[in-house]
Design a protein around this ligand. Sequence first.
Ligand code: SF4
Length: 395
Amino acid sequence: MAATVMRSFSASYIPRSQGSSALGLLPFRRRWASTFQQAIAASSPRTTWTRNEISDIYNQPLMELASAAGTVHRRFHKPSAVQLCTLMNIKTGGCTEDCSYCAQSSRYDTGLEATKLSKVESVLEAAKIAKENGSNRFCMGAAWRDMKGRKSGIRNIVEMIKGVRALGMEACVTLGMLDKEQARQLKEAGLTAYNHNLDTSREHYSKIITTRSYDERLQTLENVREAGIHVCSGGILGLGEIPETDHVGLIHSLATLPDHPESFPVNKLVPIKGTPMFGQEPVKLEDIVRCIATARIVMPATIIRLAAGRVTMPESEQMLCFMAGANAIFTGEKMLTTDCNGWDEDKAMFSRWGLVPLQTEASQVTTDPVSVHHDFSILDDGRRMEADERYQAHA
Ligand code: SF4
């Protein structure tokens, strides 16, 4: 019955601009609220979303949407905990693909010099520094279309993964398209997660990339999932898309996979001179928050990563994203080829806002280098409740 209500409503989208004064639409608004309220009340993730249901959620009044996402966030995640990740480029530039936002594509004159694959030792040194600064996930990116014919490359990457795991950190790589056998090899090395973004909605995709299809991307995600590796897949906002349709389309593609990705990175376009995307109108904060909040409600157990472009967001804007459900950041010296907020800056931000580093099962980084305000709440009866206790209560 509930599914019938949601389906019947799914054909009746009400634009945000009509607001509550559209009295004639009250019956529809009630059903709209019903879709939204059922989503907020969910106790487990579901993969049967229709696109219109997600659109209904995305188009809620922003304050209600963000507040509901915060409620869902507290049910599925430890409040105030944000994962610190560091992303290193292990092979820069010279990529044959035509992703129109990317500094590393050989098709665009961005002034970036191509390099060979980094040495295993230098990568592990960088991972050690990241760990010492509190990151518990180390991600490694190579500017490749795929892994075909890269036997020695994969051997070295296997050593990097093993080394990062031996440090007690989560290891994630992003190496382009992957077949089943390559995924199996990476799993055997101990890889925690594989990143492969869908970037945008299926409809907008061909305006951004023409050298590989949306379905090829989905096939890589399937190969990763089949190998037993966590899936990290998200998008880039600000690629000239229409937020109301393309953000919804992106979330729908991922939220209806057989299992939700464990990780959903939300990137804000960093416009690179020389790429076709340079000069694009920047994505609005409200659309970033809307996208994060919708993803939080639709994929409640997923870790949402505030990724590239965070460096351009004032702290107050970042906080809105955390309140709407983001619970991971990239921190360190660089994020691939773009600037990144540094560890010291993030430690200070954590301290100001009472955030704590998110510990994960797959990592054993337990040192807390961040001097934080102690995380507790005072209950109505005056008792003090620690953050861990509060999480248990919500779980
Ligand atoms: S995003 Fe990745 S695949 Fe696309 S051009 Fe850049 S490095 Fe190549």
